[in-house]
Design a protein around this ligand. Structure first.
Ligand code: NAD
Length: 277
């Protein structure tokens, strides 16, 4: 079993650098997928209210027999619930589904700039944090501009920003901004949501190391300092994605991957225009 390093979020909270994501995992398959991940050794699980599978994540946690303090559970506030009172209510609903007393990390899922509620939402996040209901608070899909505006009015700085990030969309500028402000970078769609698995440059590196392209991409995230949460429902892939602590990419590999960056490489929505609730 690999040893997963931690990334510090605050002085007393650290997140495992490799976790397991459950976006688009149907509720009926979630409990089994999470149970498999926990058996393999993952201790960090990333879900969201909008994924509709928090209850099944909670069931897998409860049945795992793993001590609560060995697990790191993240969920996210959906766009329609932004605002102070609605956030507090949505948090309670998520916690009831997860069956947890305390959450490790709560994220604002998207900034939703058109509604412009994320500052009020953050005040509710700060209250949940101050009350000890959540150990760390952060955001997702925030641009530099959204982060700066939030930090200008916040008492507690966001600990992490979870954003689309993969070899074709490397977010170097945003990562530098995070580093400057002590915000951890978490990569969603770390495998390009499956679109990069046959990329010739990645295939060549994979062949050189006797690994899969998925393992090469996960290793790349780990080596550049990202928190990374690949998703799969296939047990062999869940296991494979965790077996990434016994090889290392060299300078040549990292240079080749750096060259894949494309400013138009975004696959998901653009946070500056994504206002779906
Ligand atoms: P991903 O990059 O993890 O890719 C998942 C796809 O790759 C799946 O189709 C899976 O079948 C395939 N795959 C995984 N491992 C493989 C392997 N070893 N070999 C071959 N194929 C493999 O995409 P994702 O699920 O979108 O992102 C990961 C997690 O990030 C999500 O589950 C979710 O938790 C989070 N996420 C967050 C947001 C957000 O807005 N905050 C958006 C999307 C995803």
């Amino acid at each position: 079993m690999g040893h997963v390093p931690n990334i510090d979020l605050t002085t007393d909270v650290a997140i495992p650098q490799l976790g397991f994501g459950v976006f688009q995992v149907p509720p009926a398959e979630t409990k089994e997928a999470v149970a498999t991940a926990l058996r393999v050794g993952y201790r960090s699980i990333d879900t969201a209210a909008v994924y509709g599978n928090e209850r099944q994540v909670g069931e897998a946690i409860a049945e795992s027999g793993i001590a609560r303090d060995e697990l790191f559970i993240t969920t996210k506030l959906w766009n329609s619930e932004q605002g102070y009172d609605t956030t507090l209510a949505a948090f309670d609903a998520s916690m009831e589904k997860l069956g947890l007393e305390q959450l490790d990390l709560y994220l604002i899922h998207w900034p939703v700039p058109e509604r412009d509620h994320y500052l009020d939402t953050w005040r509710a996040f700060e209250k949940l944090h101050a009350d000890g209901r959540v150990r760390a608070i952060g955001v997702s899909n925030f641009t530099e501009e959204h982060l700066q505006r939030l930090m200008d009015s916040a008492d507690v700085k966001p600990a992490i920003n979870q954003v689309e990030l993969h070899p074709r969309f490397q977010q170097s500028k945003l990562r530098a901004f995070h580093a400057e402000h002590g915000i951890a970078t978490e990569a969603w769609g770390p495998l390009g949501q499956g679109t990069l698995l046959d990329h010739p440059v990645l295939s060549k590196i994979a062949e050189k190391h006797g690994r899969s392209t998925a393992q090469v991409m996960i290793r790349w995230h780990l080596q550049i300092g990202n928190v990374v949460i690949p998703k799969s429902v296939t047990p062999a892939r869940i296991e494979q994605n965790f077996a990434v602590f016994d090889f290392e990419l060299d300078g040549e590999d990292l240079d080749a991957i750096a060259s894949l960056d494309d400013e138009n490489g975004r696959i998901g929505p653009d946070p500056t225009t994504f206002n779906v609730v």
